[in-house]
Design a protein around this ligand. Structure first.
Ligand SMILES: [Fe+2]
Length: 262
């Protein structure tokens, strides 16, 4: 069986017309390049939140819609702290579960579970008991599963990004559920605007870089720069064996030639 490949793009922060995030950033161009590049490699492309630049306005979502339409490929969506989860559901026709944008996508060799960790008016994220119980039931079905949401389930460190994650109670609850299921390949998120990997509850957690702007630390400073057309690729073989995470960057003039076909 060929490997299962999932691409994760994050935090495009698309603005409405006559607005820009900051000078020299090109979220729309980067998002479009990343989607096109990823769609050629993955069976599913998911954007893990902060589709909208600031507050999830209709104009911002029109901008997102234009990019998705121009790429002509299906892209799965997830809500971030700058989004309005209800609006994503209605404008993009994404079915959720109850009040939340939670869903399962079946894959050739497993499943992608998308969880809605956004909470209106809050920068940090949360998962409630109902979401955790649902995740527990989904994972109990046993398929190799990638769990995706906007907020990281780990502390990033540094005063500037201390609150950039799920709240403590949700981290504990999620760790309890994940640790009961060996079929969790990884818990992946965005929100950090940097590429990170760490252990979590018996599996590994990854944070995907933003295509809009990146954070970094330099000494005591939290610094940022315009984002790049970057994304994460997760791949695994039959039964969830041989799991890999790769950070991908679309280089200028990116053109790959086939050396051999297998
Ligand atoms: Fe963001």
């Amino acid at each position: 069986m060929p490997r299962t490949v999932v691409a994760q793009i994050s935090d495009p922060h698309v603005t409405g017309p006559h607005d820009e995030l900051f000078e020299a950033s090109d979220p729309v161009g980067n998002l479009s390049k990343a989607i096109t590049h990823a769609a050629a490699r993955a069976e599913v492309v998911v954007i893990t939140g902060d589709l909208a630049a600031r507050t999830g306005t209709d104009a911002e979502y029109r901008g997102v819609r234009e990019v998705l339409d121009s790429c002509g490929t299906e892209v799965l969506l997830c809500a971030g702290n700058h989004d309005e989860s209800r609006k994503i559901r209605s404008l993009f026709g994404v079915e959720g579960r109850g009040e939340r944008l939670d869903y399962v996508r079946e894959l050739s060799g497993g499943r992608l579970v998308v969880l809605d960790s956004s909470r209106e008016g809050r920068g940090d994220g949360a998962l409630d008991d109902d979401q955790l119980a649902w995740l527990d039931r989904v994972l109990a079905e046993g398929a190799p599963t990638l769990v995706a949401m906007h907020h990281p389930c780990f502390a990033i460190g540094g005063r500037g990004l201390a609150g950039v994650r799920l709240d403590d109670e949700s981290v504990d609850g999620l760790a309890g559920v994940v640790s009961r299921h060996a079929n969790v390949l990884s818990v992946v998120s965005g929100h950090a605007h940097m590429t990170l990997s760490t252990s979590f509850a018996g599996t590994v957690a990854h944070a995907c870089p933003s295509v809009a702007y990146e954070f970094d630390f330099r000494g005591r400073d939290l610094i940022y720069r315009p984002g790049l057309p970057q994304y994460m690729l997760y791949t695994w073989a039959d039964g969830g064996t041989g799991f890999f995470a790769r950070q991908m960057t679309v280089a200028p003039g990116d053109a790959w030639l086939v050396m051999e076909s297998f």
